[in-house]
Design a protein around this ligand. Structure first.
Ligand code: HEC
Ligand code: HEC
Length: 207
């Protein structure tokens, strides 16, 4: 019956109108929530506290467990004196070593037990030659700006940097470095929390 078809499409149209009427306030509410989150973040911006939080992570970044992969030169370091790595191992273009001296030839996904045995974690390697992420010899301000720069940090946002220092396996290795190796001066929890604070207060850098 044509009249039934007309009635059905009328009901359909009414439903669409009703949906539109509901959707509009819902999306307005969502936008309101988003704005509120933004202004809350902005309200928390505090450059002095952000700088303070960043300065607190520097002794970890400069600790040999981290610095030995984030040092000057195209080679890893080893030990608490950050001496040149055994066998003159080199960075290589991708950070995974050169020719017959790939990191994976000696380093496994876990530490090998015993003194002076190769430490290990999944994907053990240096940052690549084109983006070496060097902290040695740099001031806290320089390190901060470099870590924030997507062109020097492999395209990461500040939130992704926080995620990296919180969960990355090479970072976590610093607190489980194998026999005979010292630990960074903060616990991993304290360290990650300082990075989170730095982010939350607006990620300002020391001068
Ligand atoms: C075995 C070598 C190695 C060790 C040890 C190591 N890192 Fe890294 N680190 C890397 C590599 C490789 C990258 C690049 C990862 C990427 O871009 O995906 C990196 C990247 C980073 C970054 C992000 C990018 C940037 O601009 O610096 C941070 C932050 C970082 N490491 C912190 C640490 C900290 C903190 C420690 C010590 C607790 C540490 N790393 C120990 C190899 C290492
Ligand atoms: C020929 C084997 C071999 C190769 C290849 C090799 N390593 Fe090592 N590496 C070792 C051994 C063994 C140690 C431990 C030395 C010690 O504790 O006295 C070590 C230690 C290290 C340490 C020191 C950790 C610390 O904080 O003291 C780092 C960092 C490191 N290697 C990075 C690398 C990277 C990155 C590559 C590849 C570019 C690489 N290694 C290639 C054998 C190797």
């Amino acid at each position: 019956m044509p009249s039934k078809r007309i009635r059905n499409s009328l009901i359909g149209a009414l439903c669409l109108i009703a949906l539109g009427a509901i959707a509009r306030p819902i999306s307005a509410w969502a936008v309101h929530l988003l704005n509120r989150t933004n202004s809350e973040t902005a309200a928390q911006r505090n450059d002095a506290r952000a700088r303070e939080a960043f300065l607190a992570v520097i002794p970890v970044l400069k600790h040999p467990r981290c610095l030995n992969c984030h040092a000057t030169g195209d080679f890893p370091r080893q030990g608490d004196d950050s001496r040149v790595h055994v066998q003159n191992v080199r960075r290589g273009i991708d950070g995974k070593g050169k020719y017959g001296q790939k990191c994976s030839a000696c380093h496994q996904e876990h530490n090998v037990a015993g003194l002076n045995m190769p430490p290990g974690a999944p994907n053990w390697h240096l940052p690549p030659a084109a983006m070496p992420m060097i902290w040695e010899g740099r001031t806290p301000g320089q390190i901060c700006r470099q870590i924030k720069d997507p062109k020097q940090n492999n395209g990461k946002t500040v939130a992704q940097i926080v995620e990296h220092v919180t969960a990355d396996k090479l970072v976590l290795w610093g607190w489980n470095p194998g026999e005979g190796r010292t630990l960074p001066p903060l616990s991993h929890g304290e360290f990650a929390q300082k990075f989170q604070e730095w982010h939350r207060f607006g990620a300002a850098c020391p001068n």
